[in-house]
Design a protein around this ligand. Sequence first.
Ligand SMILES: Cc1cc2nc3c(=O)[nH]c(=O)nc-3n(C[C@H](O)[C@H](O)[C@H](O)COP(=O)(O)OP(=O)(O)OC[C@H]3O[C@@H](n4cnc5c(N)ncnc54)[C@H](O)[C@@H]3O)c2cc1C
Length: 260
Amino acid sequence: MNIVVLVKQVPDTESPRKLKSDDSTLDRAAADGVINELDEYAIEEALRIKEAAGDGEVTVLSMGPEKASESIRKSLAMGADKAVHLLDDGLAGSDALQTSYAIQQVLGRTGFDLVILGSESTDARTGLLAAMLAERLGVPQLSLANKVEIDGTSITVQRQTDYGFDRVEATLPAVVSVVEKINEPRYPSFKGIMAAKKKPVETLGLADAGIDAGQVGLANAATEVVDFAEAPPRAKGQIVTDEGDGGAKIAEFLASKKFV
Ligand SMILES: Cc1cc2nc3c(=O)[nH]c(=O)nc-3n(C[C@H](O)[C@H](O)[C@H](O)COP(=O)(O)OP(=O)(O)OC[C@H]3O[C@@H](n4cnc5c(N)ncnc54)[C@H](O)[C@@H]3O)c2cc1C
């Protein structure tokens, strides 16, 4: 099975996240880059599907600046077989619509039986990629999966819902987005980290991937950040001293905030 896992490098949640004043895009250079949390679950699920099938190949696909190669190497150290790094200045500032177009072009080269990705990123959180990609590829999308079963060309996922879960079935090829309850990602072993250094990473620019420069990048984006403001500093918490009336004071506080 040809499994492609989408991996986005995002700013570490511990790092400061700033938008650049000149073009309102995220200042990725100012923050440490890490694998988007849900993509670690997507990589793990891809590896488990390959191991259960006894053969197949897991390819990591990441669109991002040079720095994203750190996250690509970590994905290979977890056990993915190879990677494609879509790297071109012309992609900077691309919105979700453009990202889905660019990734579709690369998938036209790699081919796929299954595309697996996180249900959302931790920096933009649009949660749009899976649906946009499935639409562009003309294949089924199975979203918010907390369990994936594959039997031949049939795929069934358990889709997390507010009331429990749905079982959704489709035929491969397909796009699956995962949630954090699906598995426990493995840590790269020392052997895995060493092996990752030798695993192939194909770096593609716009021309290599057949991407029309006029359809990607900040200047051509369908969405525009017109304004942004720093989040107000968190107000200091209220300290309640319990002189036997702590419970009453907390109840008063909760009532004053209309929590109760
Ligand atoms: C703060 C901020 C706000 C933004 N707001 C918007 C907005 O409102 N509308 C809009 O269209 N764009 C927005 N963008 C741009 C958007 O983040 C990128 O286009 C991004 O590549 C796709 O959106 P996402 O991360 O929200 O995707 P999601 O749908 O949230 O991500 C789901 C999955 O898609 C995959 N994925 C996403 N991006 C990549 C990538 N570059 N390479 C490989 N896999 C990837 C990952 O597996 C990820 O888990 C914003 C960016 C930032 C930093």
